[in-house]
Design a binder for this molecule. Structure first.
Ligand code: ATP
Ligand code: MG
Length: 307
């Protein structure tokens, strides 16, 4: 049986698993949905918020806060999960989130080392990694007791801040490069109360070497230790276009692998899986699938165990 055939068999099996997970977490999510209505009220008006921040420049330096640009988000088709009407995409990310959360915080024998750290990757550019990482982070941030750290680890082509319509400065690469820099100096709090961002930082010509360095492992370990109760979503470069993704895969507990419908090729998937095989918890997300009226829309998410 080829790797892909095995994956397909597991995909089939895992559908019921996802459904079970969805069922188990339905109640808590229902609460989160109600919660999101009140969370919506607590999000500051962007204009008021930036004025307030300009007044306290000193506090901004140590504890920067950015305001997501909802117009930019809309332009990029990103749903915050706080809209009055829930879209099909929002619903689908709720299903994806539930299963990842089950893995992230499972206890006892089922516990996964660094399970709360989720790498979002794919085989090639443009398949939707950043879109999915941001959508997932926003969906998770609507949960009552969950805080989310969104990390832009695509240091060659950082796109998280642009997609959210915010600006940033220091980030992951700066912390890797500078041993004296504390991770916290680079974190950006946002006007979504449970969402913090670690930007990619400045461009560096030795990006891959830096990401592959021991320091990178130390930083992920530090994130895992410091933010044990938090979900960390890492937007990564594509596996077949940069060795950074396979290095990152060594340090995370889960991978959400984005497959672009009608584009990602089977052989590429197979090659990519070999490069990230050290991570044993890989979930596949079928992105950009065309919806045919009358057909079941859910089921665009599958669990895949990389054994
Ligand atoms: N499910 C989706 N619905 C609507 N638009 C999408 C979806 N997925 C991706 N896109 C759009 O497709 C384009 C590519 O997506 P994105 O930037 O997330 O890809 P990527 O895999 O991160 O690319 P890169 O490897 O270059 O960083 C973007 O314009 C994004 O808004
Ligand atoms: Mg991207």
């Amino acid at each position: 049986m080829s790797l892909i055939e095995k994956a397909a068999a597991k995909i089939k099996k895992s559908e019921s698993l996802v459904e079970r997970a969805a069922e188990q977490l339905k109640n808590s999510t229902d609460k989160a949905i109600k919660n999101s209505v009140s969370a919506k009220k607590s999000i500051s008006d962007p204009v008021v918020e930036s004025n307030r921040l300009n007044v306290g420049k000193k506090s901004l330096e140590n504890n920067a806060k950015v305001v997501l640009n909802f117009d930019v988000l809309r332009k990029n088709n990103i749903q915050t999960g706080l809209e009055m009407e829930s879209s099909a995409t929002t619903e689908e990310f709720r299903i994806v989130k539930r299963s990842l959360l089950l893995n992230a915080f499972s206890k006892g024998e089922a516990a996964i080392k660094n399970g709360n750290i989720v790498l979002v990757t794919s085989t090639q550019p443009d398949e939707g990694k950043t879109f999915c990482a941001i959508s997932l982070a926003l969906s998770m941030a609507t949960e009552r007791d969950l805080t989310v750290l969104l990390v832009d680890a695509d240091v060659a082509k950082p796109n998280v801040l642009n997609t959210l319509g915010v600006k940033g400065d220091k980030g992951l690469i700066d912390v890797i490069e500078n041993k004296n820099m504390d991770l916290r100096e680079c974190l950006l709090r946002t006007n979504i109360p449970n969402l913090t961002i670690l930007p990619a930082g400045k461009k560096h010509k030795l990006t891959t070497e830096l990401l592959a360095s021991e320091r990178m492992g130390e930083i992920i370990a530090e994130i895992a230790r410091r933010y044990r109760d938090r979900i960390v979503i890492i937007d990564s470069p594509p596996v077949l276009a940069s060795s950074a993704a396979s290095v990152l895969a060594l340090h995370v507990g889960q991978i959400l692998f984005v497959v672009e419908a009608e584009k990602t090729r089977e052989e590429e998937l197979s090659d990519a899986f070999k490069l990230i095989e050290k991570c044993k918890n890989i979930s596949l997300l079928l992105n950009k699938a065309r919806f045919t009226a009358g057909k079941k829309r859910f089921g665009s998410y599958y669990g895949y165990e990389n054994n």
